[in-house]
Design a protein around this ligand. Structure first.
Ligand code: CDP
Length: 209
């Protein structure tokens, strides 16, 4: 079991996935994109003709589905790596992510994933430092200007990311919050390399336990 966790949270387009993946590669740690898990449930719901508004059915589907998130994303053995990035999923995912039983099923799997890592895990999402790993080794909160986040998201559009931010910040269960003990990094106008260096040097400057 590994207890080394870098938790990276932040709104859509703040650079979480890019930074988290690069930090993990630099350190030789595992990487977990938790948003991909919530997204995969939307794809599976459409495949099974389950309405995303049916909380009970979506919760049951989330609890019994086998989700694998790595270089490819699979749900119940179907590769959904590309299917999780459509406009429809961008639209549906924040609603599915408000359902408490969906969240608790995903949180259990996220902790299991980190337990199985050989060295440490870089985990990114919305509630990683607050709920999933409140005792993470290092907590990072990424932000960027709305214009920059919209530019990074290209076709998704500013309105869609604002709508998701709004739902993610205001839901009752595990809303997107910046924990007081997280290091805030504004990624606007900064290169990925610079941010990765900052995160790695934060980790290296921690007192050895
Ligand atoms: O990449 P981007 O930040 O746009 O989205 P994502 O990380 O793929 O997450 C998609 C959606 O899943 C978010 O807008 C949240 O509604 C939800 N999510 C969440 O609630 N908790 C997480 N730990 C990760 C994602």
């Amino acid at each position: 079991m590994s207890e080394l966790i870098i938790a990276i949270d932040g709104p859509a387009g703040s650079g979480k996935s890019t930074v988290a993946r690069a930090v993990a590669a630099t350190l030789g740690w595992s990487f977990l994109d938790t948003g991909a898990m919530y997204r995969s449930i939307c794809v599976e719901a459409a495949r099974q003709n389950v309405s995303i508004r049916n909380e009970e059915a979506i919760s049951a589907l989330a609890e019994r589905s086998i989700i694998r998130v790595g270089s490819r994303v699979l749900i119940n053995d179907v590769d959904v790596t590309e299917a999780i990035r459509t406009d429809q999923v961008n639209h549906d995912v924040s609603l599915v992510a408000t359902y408490p039983s969906v969240r608790s099923a995903m949180v259990d799997r996220q902790r299991e994933f980190a337990d199985g890592a050989s060295v440490g895990t870089v985990v990114e999402g919305r509630d990683i430092a607050t709920v999933v790993f409140p005792n993470a080794t290092l907590k990072i909160f990424l932000t960027a200007s709305l214009e920059e986040r919209g530019r990074r998201r290209g076709t998704e559009g500013i309105e869609s990311i604002q709508r998701r931010d709004e739902i993610d910040q205001n839901r009752e269960t595990s809303p997107l919050r910046r924990p007081v003990d997280a290091r805030l990094i504004d990624t606007t106008d900064r290169s990925v390399e610079e941010i990765v260096k900052e995160v790695v040097s934060c980790l290296e400057s921690l007192p050895l336990k």
